[in-house]
Ligand binder design. Structure first.
Ligand code: SF4
Ligand code: SF4
Length: 128
């Protein structure tokens, strides 16, 4: 009677992984392709804003402070508190807050995470 050799399951699995595509990505060397509705940094259009403050009132993370610019109350975003839920955009009656695909927000300078409302919004470079 011949004796059957058994391959240990762990070895079987290890060998199968040699031929499997890795699940990890090469970020930051290769940037991911993001969907158009990705929730990155907010883009605020001051010309559409009517100073109602609904975005600030509804923000669950208290990440929006209303500040006075040229005599009008405008939202100022604190990205270090933001959870990117986009309730602010949902609540805005004028569609003045939109999402962007900019997500590389890591910094050693916390003050750069405060988005001051400006007359002309400069959009940061997109990763795509
Ligand atoms: S995305 Fe969410 S957490 Fe961030 S500012 Fe808007 S409502 Fe607040
Ligand atoms: S909800 Fe919209 S219109 Fe109202 S303050 Fe916020 S950004 Fe401006």
């Amino acid at each position: 009677m011949s004796k059957k050799t058994r391959i240990p399951p762990m070895l079987k699995r290890a060998v199968s992984h040699i031929f499997t595509k890795p699940v990890t990505t090469k970020y930051p060397f290769v940037k991911p392709t993001l969907p158009a509705d990705f929730r990155g940094q907010q883009v605020f259009d001051i010309n559409l804003c009517v100073s109602c403050g609904l975005c600030s009132r509804d923000c669950p993370a208290k990440a929006i402070e209303m500040v006075v610019i040229d005599g009008k109350r405008r939202p100022q975003f604190k990205l270090d508190s933001c959870i990117f839920c986009y309730q602010c955009a949902e609540s805005c009656p004028r569609n003045a807050i939109k999402s962007s695909v900019f997500y590389e927000l890591a910094t050693t300078d916390k003050s750069s995470l405060v988005l001051k409302p400006q007359a002309s919004v400069e959009r940061r470079a997109s990763p795509q």
